[in-house]
Design a protein around this ligand. Structure first.
Ligand SMILES: Nc1ncnc2c1ncn2[C@@H]1O[C@H](COP(=O)(O)OP(=O)(O)O)[C@@H](O)[C@H]1O
Ligand SMILES: Cc1cn([C@H]2C[C@H](O)[C@@H](COP(=O)(O)OP(=O)(O)O)O2)c(=O)[nH]c1=O
Length: 218
């Protein structure tokens, strides 16, 4: 079974990916404001989504939902299936309707996150298969930073640590991202952006790629 699904809707589906602290939230907002100022209809969104399954996932990530009797977090398989279920729900509830209306959808995290984070402890092929209903983005921007840079930025940002944010886990996930990109890049456009540049320079580098996708005819 093919693990890559293509659709040709009038909108453009653009995903930002990277380690926790890489700057994807910052860049999603900055790209949206540039594109809106240029007159594009833009929808910003994220995964885990704000829908019912995504809400459950955020509870699992912050330790408010887990195994009974304090026996730790949900099993990795359960999390992987929830991320995949959230993705199909998010696509149908929010992403596909916006693409049908010709909008630019900027999404903070998508399938590559599952391949990197869940693929760090489960078979990446299996994670790819359970995500085979997820349509391919027109462009994925991988905002690459050294795990130590990401850790420093998380510390500056503050807030409670989430399930996958331990330094060792992030180093493993960084390697998994590279394997995940290798697995998918023959089927879809994935571009590595140097996330260690200034906020402004990262936005400029992302915009070069985004403009190419916006200019492309369907
Ligand atoms: N290019 C950058 N250079 C320096 N600091 C950055 C850069 N991009 C983001 N930051 C800062 O790093 C922290 C994490 O950024 P954020 O966008 O929340 O990351 P993510 O969504 O990838 O976890 C924030 O405090 C943000 O202001
Ligand atoms: C979408 C997705 C996210 N995740 C993880 C990555 C993050 O650690 C967390 C999302 O939390 P979030 O608070 O959005 O992180 P950030 O703003 O730092 O990017 O969920 C997965 O493990 N698999 C997935 O498929």
């Amino acid at each position: 079974m093919s693990a890559v699904r293509k659709v040709a809707l009038p909108g453009r589906f653009i995903v930002l990916e990277g380690l926790d602290g890489a700057g994807t939230t910052t860049q999603t907002e900055r790209l949206a404001s540039v594109l809106k100022a240029e007159g594009h209809a833009v929808v910003t969104t994220r995964e885990p989504s704000d829908g019912p399954v995504g809400t459950m996932l955020r509870q699992a990530l912050t330790g408010r939902l887990g195994l009974p009797h304090g026996r730790g977090p949900l099993a990795q398989e359960t999390l992987a299936l929830l991320f995949a279920a959230d993705r199909t729900d998010h696509l149908h509830a929010r992403v596909l309707p916006a693409l049908e209306q010709g909008k630019v959808v900027l999404c903070d995290r998508y399938v590559l996150s599952s391949l990197a984070y869940q693929g760090a402890s489960l078979s990446m092929e299996w994670v790819n298969t359970v995500n085979s209903h997820a349509v391919s983005p027109d462009l994925t921007l991988f905002v690459g930073v050294d795990p130590q840079v990401a850790a420093t930025r998380r510390a500056v940002r503050g807030g409670p640590a989430e399930l996958f944010e331990a330094d060792e886990a992030q180093r493993r996930i960084a390697l998994q991202y590279l394997k995940a990109i290798e697995l998918r890049e023959n089927h879809e456009r994935i571009v590595h952006i140097d996330g260690e540049l200034s906020v402004e320079a990262v936005t400029e580098a992302c915009l070069v790629e985004v403009r190419q996708v916006l200019a492309r005819k369907r």
